[in-house]
Write a protein that binds this ligand. Structure first.
Ligand SMILES: C[S@@+](CC[C@H](N)C(=O)[O-])C[C@H]1O[C@@H](n2cnc3c(N)ncnc32)[C@H](O)[C@@H]1O
Length: 302
């Protein structure tokens, strides 16, 4: 547990503070789902967006965006989330097919992978997020009579509180390999909370476990991006001031820390995957995505 302030989350729940970012990602996934060249399909995403008063009027199809692909938020940024979803879908499925049966989604938000992906038998998906976010998710999925394709265990807790006890009480087994995901999460957490989270994942992970996470390299330079079209349009169109939500403390070198603990870690840019898939964002001038890195780490078997 780390005794750090709670300044970034604001109102508890999906419609306040950083919870609202989960709705933004859901809207991006809804748009991605209906693209003719979709990278990832999430049929639940638009239901989340429509169910919350704060986002009920947001677009869930590209046709609803007046300036279409030219819109920095619903064009390029939403495509970024679509690509991220696809890459991490593939990563999680690869990991469970090579042995891990426990999946832990850290800051799960409105991630519907438990319902969307074809998990092999015996998988259990733990979803950690704050109570208000998981309660909203439960209500929407319940209304759709959605059925998970693996055992699904919501773990309502703030990651700055004692989430280890909550996770182990929920049935997580430290002796069995696991795959962990921190997607769109670490840049909202204080430096100490990220370090604690990475150390704790290492401590709870048996050999053969895997972890993927997203970081921003240049978070301390973020204020230079204040006028970047991506951040400006997110603030203007949906009222999310990402630069205000990001934690701007100097970031720990989590990939390096894991390597020091014996994990193998590869650090990739999103653009690597855009090239691999033949679609997705590519670098541009004054690019708010230039410092984003996706890290894939594996703990060797004993
Ligand atoms: C941008 S959303 C990403 C959600 C999901 N991982 C995805 O990619 O769709 C960030 C999520 O992190 C959660 N989060 C942020 N800080 C948290 C904290 N301290 N404890 C638990 N969850 C947190 C938010 O509630 C939100 O659901």
């Amino acid at each position: 547990m780390v005794g750090t302030g709670h300044q970034n989350t604001g109102v508890e729940g999906v419609e306040g503070g950083v919870g609202l970012t989960a709705l933004m990602v859901a809207a991006a996934r809804a748009i991605e789902t209906h693209r003719h060249d979709t990278l990832a399909r999430d049929v639940y995403a638009e239901h989340f967006v429509r169910a919350a008063p704060a986002s009920a009027h947001w677009p869930v199809r590209m046709q609803q965006v007046p300036d279409g692909e030219a819109n920095p938020l619903w064009g390029r940024f939403a495509r970024y989330f679509g690509l991220r979803t696809r890459v991490l879908d593939d990563y999680l499925l690869r990991s469970v097919h090579t042995g891990a049966r426990q999946v832990v989604l850290l800051g799960a938000g409105l991630d519907s992978r438990a319902f969307r992906l074809d998990w092999p038998p015996g998988c259990v998906i733990f979803e950690i997020d704050r109570e208000g976010v998981l309660a909203f998710k439960h209500e929407v999925l319940g209304g759709l009579s959605a059925t998970p394709k693996a055992a699904r265990v919501p773990v309502p807790i703030d990651l700055r509180d004692d989430w280890v006890t909550a996770l182990t009480d929920a049935g997580f087994d430290t002796a069995a390999p696991s795959v962990w995901l921190a997607e769109g999460l670490l840049f909202y957490l204080p430096n100490a909370a990220e370090t604690y989270l990475i150390d704790t994942v290492d401590r709870l992970s048996a050999g053969g476990s895997a972890l993927a996470f997203e970081v921003k390299l240049d978070i301390d330079d973020l204020l230079e991006y204040r006028d970047n079209p991506l951040y400006a349009s997110t603030k203007e169109q949906i009222g999310i001031d990402l630069l205000n939500l990001f934690n701007v403390e100097p970031r720990p070198d989590s990939a390096g820390d894991l390597a020091g603990k014996g994990w193998s870690a590869s650090v990739r840019t999103p653009f690597d995957f855009s090239r691999q898939h033949g679609r997705g964002p590519l670098p541009e001038q004054n690019d708010a995505l230039a410092g984003n890195r996706w890290v894939f780490a594996n703990k060797p078997r004993p």
